[in-house]
Design a protein around this ligand. Structure first.
Ligand code: DLL
Length: 435
């Protein structure tokens, strides 16, 4: 892990030189090896042999998730199958899966990128890493695992599920780093407390590397309070590399992009125009040195911005802001755009309300109705109807003030909202005819 210190502090010009060299090779490579890119570059009049600056990337056409789906299973491979050592896939719940393939080199880079999170949190090879992201086609488990190994940590491949066993292992093995989705970390914390265990005292956690789903600052605070540790946010996606594309350092002020392996752009999701640093838009990623599954200008559909200026930690890699969510998860309520994580952030300012909620979309008189169903904490007396009604009203007002939208609030009894071991399902669309 020590050898990463230098690259993480390299002057930005040096990073740009690495990116340019990688970009030149990547665009030629995909053009020559992947028929999709030959066709799309030719159609857009983009000459991969004429790239001279990083800015030239803006002339290349975008690649979308649908393009990757259409190429299922092996249409986007840039190496012979014998060189592919591991394959991951997106869940494909909303269509055909997308494939992320890795050569030995790609797996090494992946491990190194995730290992940066260990360094960011102040971890060393003396740490025990408890990995309870799901192992399998989902990139969370194995990505964190390779990161743990690359960082030299004692790595425990728990995978997700069997929460009581997770708690037993956390207590007995002295795990100091935990990796899972933030919602699963919350479920572990709540379950431990319910079992009469104070995780702050009985676990030995220093920090967690949590991602794969949006979570608000207030959710984070609650998690840190319950588990007595620090939460670092990690971003990644099957299509470009699992967790480790960007990770937060201990400053908790944006996620450092692994700029020696990825080029990030922010575009206006409607016009496709590039936006300057500081402006919110859709993240577009290009791989710099990916062998098996390179991508050029992949539209992630994730909304973030590049934070201007340098991080107080002294590392030079640019940071993206914490993600509000995907364009597809954005709710448009009477013309106002709202992400579920923003609703969560307001909800979490009410101490009587737990972290468990779903947002239901229904339709009445041709208008969309958004209902937040949130659980009350177990110690709230559910028979106090008038107190519940008042709280619901107060929350509705707070939502209106903070987000300028009307959201119905319905407080429900503890344990009525489904718990998740992986990504939490926050939005349920019950509008007829709308998926
Ligand atoms: O979720 C990879 C991953 C695993 C990331 C473990 C972090 C930790 P996919 O299943 O392909 O891959 O889903 C990717 O999840 O496009 C985002 O919309 C969302 N996502 C990932 N990380 C974050 C995050 C993995 N830190 C999709 N904050 C991405 C918000 C995130 N959303």
């Amino acid at each position: 892990m020590g050898n990463q210190h230098e690259i993480l502090h390299a002057p930005h010009q040096e990073l740009e030189a690495i990116q340019l060299e990688g970009l030149k090779k990547t665009v030629v490579n995909v053009y020559e090896k992947i028929p999709f890119y030959k066709e799309s570059f030719d159609a857009a009049g983009f000459d991969p042999y004429a790239v001279e600056t990083l800015d030239d990337l803006k002339k290349a056409p975008f690649v979308t998730k649908q393009d990757l789906r259409d190429a299922y299973p092996y249409g986007m491979l840039a190496v012979p199958l014998k060189d592919v050592k591991e394959i991951h896939m997106s869940s494909g719940t909303t269509g055909v899966a997308t494939v992320g393939a890795y050569t030995d080199h790609d797996l090494k880079i992946w491990g190194d990128c995730f290992a940066r999170g260990v360094e960011y949190g102040g971890g060393t090879e003396d740490d025990v890493m408890h990995v309870c992201y799901g192992y399998g086609l989902f990139t969370g488990g194995l990505g964190a695992h390779y990161g743990g190994l690359a960082a030299g940590c004692t790595t425990i491949p728990m995978s997700a599920g069997n929460t009581e066993r997770q708690i037993r292992v956390l207590r007995t093995m002295g795990s100091s780093i935990i990796c899972c989705t933030p919602s699963y970390a919350m479920h572990i914390a709540d379950t431990a407390i319910e079992m009469g265990i104070d995780p702050k005292k009985e676990f030995n956690l220093k920090f967690g590397i949590h991602g794969a789903e949006p979570f608000s600052d207030n959710f984070r605070k609650d998690l840190e309070e319950k588990l007595g540790y620090k939460v670092l946010d990690v971003y990644g996606l099957t299509e470009t590399m699992g967790p480790g594309v960007a990770i937060e350092c201990a400053e908790q002020n944006g996620l450092h992009l692994a700029e020696d392996h990825f080029i990030a752009e922010i575009i206006d999701p409607v016009t496709g125009e590039n936006l300057p640093d500081g402006e919110w838009g859709e993240l577009v990623l290009t791989t710099v040195d990916r062998e098996a599954s390179p991508v050029v200008r992949y539209r992630t559909r994730d909304i973030t911005r590049i934070l201007p200026g340098q991080c107080a930690c002294g590392r030079t890699h640019k940071r993206i802001d914490r993600l509000h969510g995907r364009t597809d998860d954005m709710l448009i309520i009477r013309g106002v755009n709202v992400f579920p994580s923003q609703i969560e952030d307001v909800m979490k300012t009410f101490p009587d309300v737990s972290s468990w909620y779903v947002i239901e979309l229904t339709r009445k008189d041709n208008l969309d109705v958004v209902t937040l169903k949130a659980e009350l904490n177990p110690d709230f007396d559910f028979d106090q109807i008038s107190a519940i009604e008042k709280l619901q009203k107060d929350m509705q007002i707070a939502m209106k003030n903070a987000l300028s939208v009307s959201i119905k609030v319905k407080l429900v009894e503890p344990k009525t909202v489904a718990r998740s071991e992986g990504k939490a399902k926050r939005v349920i669309d019950l509008r007829e005819g709308i998926k």
